[in-house]
Design a protein around this ligand. Sequence first.
Ligand SMILES: *Cc1c(COP(=O)(O)O)cnc(C)c1O
Length: 408
Amino acid sequence: MVHASGIPVFVDQVRPDDPFFCFRPERLERAATWFRDSFPGQVFYAVKANPALHILDGLWAAGIRGFDVASPAEIELVATRFPEADLAYMHPVKNRNAIARAYHEFGVRRFVLDSHAELQKILEATNFAKDLILVVRVGVSNAGAAVPLTGKFGASEAEAPGLLRETRRVASRLGVSFHVGSQSLNPGAWPAAMANISRLIRKAAVTVDIVDVGGGFPSLYKSDGGMPALADYAASVDDAFEDMMVLESAELWSEPGRALVAEAESLLVRVDGVKGDALYLNDGGFGALYDAVNLGWEFPVRAHSPEKALAGRTRAWTLYGPTCDSADKFALPVRLPADIGEGDYIEFGNIGAYGRSMSTRFNGFGGYGLVETDDAPFASAYVPEAWTAPVPVPAPAEIATLAVSLKP
Ligand SMILES: *Cc1c(COP(=O)(O)O)cnc(C)c1O
């Protein structure tokens, strides 16, 4: 990995042809530390949000020991890198061989299910193991989430009590889980779901050992805030857990993906062409900018030219990705310096969640470089008091004094 003391200096000295992920280890550590210290319960990082090795290593170094995995490849990746990790196989529909390998080869004991058929499959694939920690996923409202995850998974209110009773008979420990949807801007979604689940537990008349509140905790995409403080989410979950119909000794789990890794990486792209009010970039909707192209998300941006000091004046630009598909176009215009041009660079902040995961090799694009950097220009969800700070761009004189070292 290349190391740079700031992305502008990296641009000036390297002028990369390919898009680069800019890794900020300090941001990753800050997020992991916050979840460990300030969020109630045990954290299982949702690996799908960003499975890159430097991300997994950074989380491990910061003390994260739980990993929410959903496929044989994710299980193998985490189990071989961290043999001591606590794995939770949280995909509600798994194939039999994957379950058998997870249990027998990788020592996985935590499995999720949302149907009788899946329960039967888990029992058969593990030869009716007696040490299974089985978590019943219940469908809950996804109101307030930018990316709803409802409909596909989760037992209905009608099915849940029977499934809880059936699972209780064969589980060494019984859990309940839910997911309120990704990028949830409503901390009240958790207490509502937890109260509802308490009702289902009472109806089923079972004892519950684990409550897993899923993921969905938001990341900051606007430098002026635009999201409730993460502390509000922690307090909501903590209070609601106190009121739940579960054993005094019950454990609380969470599965954050986005909130742990979004700030750990930004994306540096280059303008390869200008036509009227349109900028043609070297990454787009089939790459790490999927959410900007397909969901109209607005990431924080800063621009940098290796040729000149860009004007302070901005205008709205239409942005295109590099592929030949005309759908590869940002859903919303982006405000950038009026005099930005070919060969200049744009950095999209807080792209560490799902950017890399969603990128494809369509049209031969989707190859990325990786640079580790010390600068921290974008707002952080973990520093709410700094939310109104603008994104600083160093002056050219300042840049000249910085250095890039190319460590292989
Ligand atoms: C995707 C997913 C997560 C992580 O969601 P975020 O919104 O990234 O926090 C957690 N649990 C399950 C089961 C998921 O599918």
